[in-house]
Design a protein around this ligand. Sequence first.
Ligand code: ATP
Ligand code: MG
Length: 139
Amino acid sequence: MGRKERSLLIIKPDAVKRNLVGKILAQVENAGFKILDLKMLKIKKDKAQRFYGVHNGKPFYKELVNYISSGSIIPILLEKENAISDLRELIGNTDPAKAAPDTIRRNFALSITENSVHASDSKKTFEFESKFFFNRKKQ
Ligand code: ATP
Ligand code: MG
């Protein structure tokens, strides 16, 4: 048994608007992830710009910031062995057309922008991103 690890999943506005929260959470729980915490909120543009700061200057940056601040999102703190890489595998390719069968993005996403979920891509990214939404360390 490996050591448990945490990751951050965010259900994005397109999925919340289309009532896919339950289906996405079911897929996440069925894949063995434990939900440690979750909340629903909206983020303003300045926070979205900081959250996606790594993409500042890319052609899709403005669209991405506008989109993620366009409606309610659901950040979810998850735990599992190998949570970070397993969650990336579960969500699938950024572009739903390229995502493997039965990944969350293949199942639910509309486009490369409206791609239903976000997941931290490294331990360092998780530490940075989780602070935006969860301030206490859960045991
Ligand atoms: P996320 O960070 O949301 O989990 P990702 O890690 O698969 O997605 P990134 O490269 O980090 O992909 O890009 C962040 C987000 O920016 C993507 O989820 C997508 O919505 C948007 N994005 C990335 N590449 C493009 C692109 N070529 N055109 C439009 N939007 C893009
Ligand atoms: Mg990313």
